[in-house]
Write a protein that binds this ligand. Structure first.
Ligand code: AMP
Length: 409
């Protein structure tokens, strides 16, 4: 892979890989020149099938442009993207045939997909079957794949699964202590999510810190609107905080994370419908629910600095929950060598990182207050000599998907 990249670089061959992330009402895309891993252009079609769909597009080094278009489905969105890619004024291609591969983000690969795969009919059937586990995500992912097949005939598509990295977990990490037939018949188990981000940050963190990825023991904290922490040893996941669904684990923007399952039963016995409980746990809990202020960490931080005690408790709960996971995962790893922060909060929130890393002195990690002021760049934030090194590693899921697509073609 590296040799090929060097060869392309010297031959000045621009290998173009398109990355597509098709959600329920949006389609994001990034076009990479893989000879130097640069972004040629990127964009987003949002509100697909709704009132006033918007198409936001940005060519490298230029300001973003925005248009309102009539787009009713993912095929229409992909068509708009294709027109833009070859637009004489704003495009980055002369012809769509210049695209060498398309990497698709697919949320759920179940137990079937343990790594990225080249897309064919069998793979599409597999993605369809996994839709039972991600009914809101896999169907639009598949629509994105099929739209691309129409516009880029013959160009290989590669499916990169959010769950794949976590498939290296062993049964003691992924089984729930439920009757085994629920696992056998309904595939109820922990799958984990954000896998592409965890994988990217693990390998990038190892490279940046000079750790051997074959043996490194690393805690990856992806902290954003959705958050998860993963314990990775030698590139294998020992455990991760999200579960069968992305509701489990850390305190998130609007999701509750860890919860006594008895609470769900209690709510239902007290007259709440299943749909109401769903909305409470997924949309009205987390930072939003506890603070009553906002799901956004910036608002929580501002409110707590003004003395809002509910916002303070929401922040403290966020940190406390993460520390409980860090303690357990540190033990599983036999002592972590590095803790890496990524995602909107992990990359930007000086106050969150300060609260978390300051609590890790017992593990030989001392916060470097000055370095911790940095944001969105690879940066060590623990003092030299710390036994457990803390660092910011900005995630780049799109690049990871493009790399995986390149490796398969
Ligand atoms: P993501 O889902 O990864 O885009 O992350 C979104 C989260 O990152 C939100 O809770 C934001 O409040 C948080 N975030 C982004 N920038 C900052 C910042 N400068 N300080 C604190 N939190 C931030």
């Amino acid at each position: 892979m590296k040799i090929r990249r060097v060869l392309y670089f010297f031959l000045e061959v621009f290998v173009k890989v398109l990355v597509v992330n098709a959600g329920s009402s949006s389609l994001k895309f990034t076009m990479f020149n893989m000879s130097d891993q640069s972004v040629l252009c990127k964009g987003l079609v949002e509100r697909i099938g709704l009132k006033s769909p918007r198409f936001i597009y940005q060519r490298c080094g230029e300001a973003p442009t925005e248009e309102v278009l009539s787009i009713v489905n993912h095929n229409g969105a992909m068509q708009a993207v294709c027109y833009k890619l070859i637009d004489p004024e704003q495009g980055v291609l002369k012809n769509l045939t210049e695209v060498e591969a398309i990497g698709h983000r697919v949320v759920h690969g179940g137990e079937r997909f343990t790594k990225a795969v080249k897309i064919d009919k069998t793979v599409k059937d597999g993605i369809r079957q996994c839709a039972a586990l991600a009914p809101l995500h896999n169907p639009p992912n598949l629509e994105g794949i099929e739209a691309c097949e129409g516009f880029f005939p013959g160009v290989p598509g590669v499916a990169v699964f959010d769950t794949a990295f976590h498939q290296s977990m062993q049964p003691e990490a992924y089984l729930y202590a439920l009757p085994r037939n629920l696992y056998n018949k309904l595939s109820i188990r922990k799958y984990g999510f954000h896998g592409t981000s965890h994988k990217y940050v693990y390998y990038e963190g190892c490279r940046f810190l000079g750790l051997d990825p074959e043996t490194a023991r690393v805690l990856v904290c992806h902290l954003g609107n959705g958050s998860s922490i993963t314990a990775v040893k030698g590139g294998k996941v020992l455990d991760t905080s999200m579960g069968m669904t992305p509701l489990m684990g850390l305190v998130m923007g609007t999701r509750c994370g860890v919860l006594d399952a008895g609470v769900v039963l209690h709510l239902i016995k007290n007259g709440y419908t299943v749909d109401e409980v769903d909305v409470i746990l997924n949309k009205k809990s987390g930072l939003q629910g506890v603070s009553g202020v906002s799901s956004d960490m910036r608002d929580i931080e501002a409110a707590r600095l003004k003395g809002n005690t509910d916002a303070q408790e929401a922040f403290d709960l966020f940190v406390h929950r993460l520390l409980v996971y860090i303690g357990g995962y540190h033990l599983l790893l036999g002592g972590a060598e590095a803790i890496l922060f990524t995602g909107g909060i992990g990359e930007n929130s000086v106050l969150s990182r300060q609260a978390i890393v300051s609590a890790l002195e017992a593990y030989g990690c001392e916060l470097d207050e000055e370095a911790n002021q940095k944001r969105q760049i690879n940066c060590v934030i623990s003092k030299p000599g710390s036994k457990l090194v803390a660092a910011i590693i900005p995630t780049n899921e799109e690049l990871m998907i493009a790399q995986e697509a390149m490796e398969l073609i």
